[in-house]
Design a protein around this ligand. Structure first.
Ligand code: BTN
Length: 261
């Protein structure tokens, strides 16, 4: 399909959602960085997708590396219409949306807190990562980007440890179809987190797909680490850890699953 027709077809599929404009580029530094720069000019629901990133960015200043054409690399711009404290739920919402697409393909996937999409394949392997950036401006914006491993890495590839791809999991699905299905689910979850009642439904669905809750975990935070049992996720998305010192709420950090408790 010619490029313009393909983009039109994607927007047609997404006509019932807020995702209403799409730009596809063959190469870019980072789709997130680009949308952050243009956040004041672009409408809510703008999608930027690239075949390749030369400076892909991950959480905590890490890099996000993938060969050209092999992964789904996109960011969306949102002008939030929910309360500020719900911004923390946006990346879990995208993770959950992705897990649901994988489930519809017959594959069990879960969310590792806060928003890594993982699958069970000789241990827990990461298949997608999400980075959200808040843009403070007159009309505040959120840029939410996802890297979903479609055809890379496979077993023989040198790649970040504990990562996998749809292809390595024997799922043949093209990145455009994945994009459409993920964004349809994401829309549904964004509607949920914008209301009090919907947030309750969202939290239940998130907890049901969490591979973190019920685990003995180590959480590495900017100000130190904590070990304990992950017992719950609060309404604002914070992780609840219980250990000999009591209860601690975590808003940001890297979680390592130690064992099921
Ligand atoms: C992580 O797990 O550390 C988050 C990775 C997020 C990667 C995606 S790829 C598309 C978008 N653009 C970026 O530079 N990063 C995100």
């Amino acid at each position: 399909m010619r490029q313009n027709n393909l983009m039109e077809a994607i927007l047609g599929e997404l006509s019932a959602t807020r995702f209403n404009k799409i730009e596809h580029v063959s190469e870019i530094g980072s789709t997130n960085s680009d949308l952050v720069l243009k956040a004041s000019e672009l409408p809510d629901g703008f999608i930027l997708i690239s075949d390749h990133q030369t400076d892909g960015r991950g959480r905590f200043g890490r890099q996000w590396v993938a060969p050209p054409f092999k992964n789904l690399l996109f960011s969306v711009l949102l002008h939030p219409n929910w309360q500020m404290e719900r911004n923390q739920l946006v990346t879990p919402a995208l993770a959950l949306a992705t897990v649901e697409v994988l489930e519809s393909l017959g594959f069990r996937a879960t969310v590792k807190w806060p928003n890594d999409v993982v699958v069970e394949r000789e241990g827990e392997k990461k298949i997608a990562g999400i980075l959200a950036e808040y843009v403070q401006q007159e009309k505040p914006a959120l840029v939410v980007g996802m890297g979903l491993n479609i055809e890379w890495p496979q077993e023989e590839d040198s790649a970040p440890p504990n990562s996998t791809s749809l292809k390595a999991c024997e799922i043949e699905k093209d990145r455009w179809e994945m994009l459409v299905e993920i964004l349809k689910n994401f829309e549904k979850r964004l509607v949920e987190i914008s209301s009090e009642k919907g947030s309750i439904t969202f939290r239940q669905a998130y907890i049901a797909r969490s591979s973190t809750i019920g685990n003995q975990v180590k959480v590495e935070k900017s100000d130190g680490k904590i070990v304990g049992v992950a017992i719950d996720v609060e309404e604002d998305g914070s992780l609840v850890i219980e250990n000999e010192n009591g209860i601690t709420l975590i808003t940001a950090g890297d979680v390592i699953h130690l064992r099921k408790s």
